[in-house]
Design a binder for this molecule. Structure first.
Ligand code: MG
Length: 393
């Protein structure tokens, strides 16, 4: 029974097309409603208390965790995405709690060592169904977290799970049941999921500029060839001609975030006003995403992405670390898959269980789950324990 003075699950701030508790498709395992939180607050809280969430602190975004204390990790990235996404959700009268839950969970399935780790694990899993971090994030919240007596995973609402699964192949969609349906039927996810996806882009493009400059892998002269950066840089230089370099960079980065957020909010407000979806169902049936950048901002954004791909993500120092990471991951997979007795006993039990159900693919999946769950430093240590003769423990 709700004993609070007002109903916290439905606020007057929510637009008719927002995702609210009343329209939720619920949880896979039915549970009584929370007594003083909304369903999506409960999702958010479960994510924060998950082991996989704590491990994000020691997982690479672009820079491996031990390269420096000031670089973003998956944890600080996820918190920044949540910050950006919540601002957008509030401006558009959407559900901030759901938005925050999706943002905090969106990278839970990432392997150690960022994209290099995922690519390596995907290559190892080629004959066993592949590996995709986005799908793994859903697997973490649906299956892998072990916290509750009555169900595996975190038993999150359909809408949070829908937001976590940003994309997926038709083959995987067919195996995912209700959560895969929208990919088969060409439907959109709720607006909170749509905006969190774009908040992720805003956050990583902007903070990779910041981290790349800090690491001196990219330079302001090069970045000034990117129109989106150049416009902000000019403005800061004109306003503050004598400002120190560090503060200039911060002023530029915060403007980069702000101009993209403002563009996204204004463009999406206009689209929502124009198409006027009656409710969440109308949002899902709309032929395209209603949350969007303007065409010109999308173009500016792409230019920045292209720049980062060429000059940062493919920088030899980043590549050198990525190449090493790929070897660590594939060596670990080879060792564990060919000899599961190298695994901790708890993991051996899971390997045996999945092997009994799905044969070699099951064994490979259990090994991939174990490796994907590792932090950067744990993977490095485990690799040394298995492959370096001098390493005795
Ligand atoms: Mg992300």
């Amino acid at each position: 029974m709700n004993t609070l003075p007002h109903d916290l699950t439905r606020s007057d701030r929510h637009a008719p097309y927002a995702t609210v508790d009343a329209v939720s498709r619920g949880r896979r395992h039915p549970e009584p409603p929370p007594s003083y939180r909304s369903e999506f607050q409960r999702d958010r809280d479960r994510i924060i208390h998950a082991a996989a969430f704590r491990r994000l602190e020691y997982k690479t975004q672009v820079f491996v965790n031990h390269e420096g204390d000031l670089f973003r990790t998956r944890l600080t990235h996820s918190i920044e995405v949540a910050q950006v996404a919540r601002s957008i959700a509030r401006a558009l009268s959407l559900n901030e709690d759901l938005t925050e839950a999706i943002a905090l969970a969106h990278d839970l399935g990432h392997t150690p060592f960022g994209h290099a780790g995922q690519d390596a694990l995907n290559a190892c899993m080629q004959d066993y169904g592949g590996f995709e971090h986005n799908l793994q994030s859903l697997r973490v919240v649906d299956e892998l977290e072990e916290k509750y007596a009555d169900f595996p995973g975190l038993n999150l609402t359909y809408e949070t799970r829908e937001g976590i699964l940003k994309h997926c192949s038709m083959k995987n969609a067919a195996e995912l049941g209700d959560i895969g349906e929208r990919f088969k039927n060409g439907l959109q996810p709720g607006l909170e999921a749509q905006l969190t996806n774009l908040a992720d882009e805003i956050a990583y493009n902007s903070h990779d500029v910041d981290d790349g400059l800090r690491a001196e892998l990219i330079h302001i002269d090069q970045l000034n060839e990117v129109p989106l950066f150049h416009a902000q840089y000019q403005e800061v230089r004109q306003l503050y001609p004598d400002l120190s370099q560090r503060r200039v960079i911060h002023e530029v980065v915060r403007r980069l975030i702000n101009c993209q957020v403002v563009d996204l909010v204004q463009t999406s407000m206009a689209r929502l006003a124009q198409h006027d979806p009656a409710d969440l169902d109308a949002v899902r049936r709309h032929p395209e995403a209603l949350i969007a950048f303007s065409d010109s901002m999308r173009e500016r954004n792409l230019e920045l992405k292209r720049f980062l791909r060429t000059h940062l993500y493919r920088h030899y120092r980043v590549h050198r670390m990525s190449a090493k990471a790929e070897r660590v991951i594939s060596n670990l997979f080879d060792a564990f898959f060919s000899d599961p007795r190298l695994l901790p006993q708890e993991t051996q039990r899971k390997v045996a269980e999945l092997k009994a159900q799905h044969g070699d693919s099951g064994q490979a999946r259990a090994v991939a789950d174990y490796i994907a769950g590792m932090t950067d430093r744990y993977a490095i240590r485990e690799h040394a324990r298995i492959y370096l003769p001098g390493e005795l423990t």
